[in-house]
Write a protein that binds this ligand. Structure first.
Ligand code: CA
Length: 221
């Protein structure tokens, strides 16, 4: 068994499977631990209280005090490429705690679909790649970034599309549109949920006329 453990820090970086984009080894056990660079970032906040009498608020009765609050940084992981032998080779993504702790597992990923954006709940995220003793694939490439807790991270804009909404905090909604001649495939609207995950994946914009039509146009010229 080849066990490799790599420790990474924020604020951002790239993770690829061993030998990427060439096939990863059989019997691989690789662990990546990503820790936010500044887990206990302290921000000074100004709290103001208004004393209201008879439902009328007056500036004169405003009291302000300064307090400090810990704004925990969390890890956002977005995959660019993903290809593991389906069902036999897996990438487990976990949140903080002890590596391999099944109670802290967020996702077990396999196959060829590029996974959704993943955001940790704590200041640490771990990834564990395990392959069996036969057949490899190209592996994966992912980008990680440290973001402020309380949000789902920027999921981006689909190619040939645009988006309304530019806030990524809990409860925020994004709506996607495609350029003319492109059809939206997937969810038009997604919401940032309290578990730091979007309610759906970013959609794609696919050419309405498809490949066959484009081919016939090029032949007729
Ligand atoms: Ca395999």
């Amino acid at each position: 068994m080849n066990l490799t453990k790599i420790n990474l820090r924020g604020p951002r970086g790239i993770i690829t499977s061993p030998n990427y984009p060439v096939q990863y080894e059989n019997n691989a056990h690789c662990v990546w631990v990503i820790t936010a660079m500044d887990p206990g970032k302290v921000n000074s906040l100004l709290y103001c209280y208004y004393i209201c009498e008879l439902s009328v608020c007056d500036e004169v009765t405003k009291f302000c005090l300064t307090s400090s609050a810990q704004l925990l940084q969390v890890i956002k992981l977005s995959f660019e490429e993903f290809d593991l032998e389906r069902g036999y080779d897996t990438l487990t993504v976990g949140d903080g705690g002890k590596i391999g702790d099944t109670r802290r597992v967020l996702y077990v990923l396999t196959g060829t679909s590029v996974p959704d954006l993943i955001v940790s709940l704590s200041n640490q995220m771990w990834l564990h790649l395990q392959s069996d003793d036969t057949i490899g694939s190209a592996g994966f490439k992912a980008v990680y970034e440290e973001i402020e807790r309380g949000g789902c991270g920027d999921p981006g804009v689909p190619a040939f599309g645009r988006r309304s909404g530019d806030r990524f905090q809990h409860g925020d909604v994004l709506t996607f549109f495609c350029q003319s001649a492109f059809e939206l495939v997937g969810e038009r609207t997604i919401t940032c949920q309290h578990n730091n995950q979007w309610s759906g994946n970013k959609p794609s914009c696919v050419c309405e006329y498809g490949f066959i039509t484009l081919l016939s146009i090029s032949i007729s010229h």
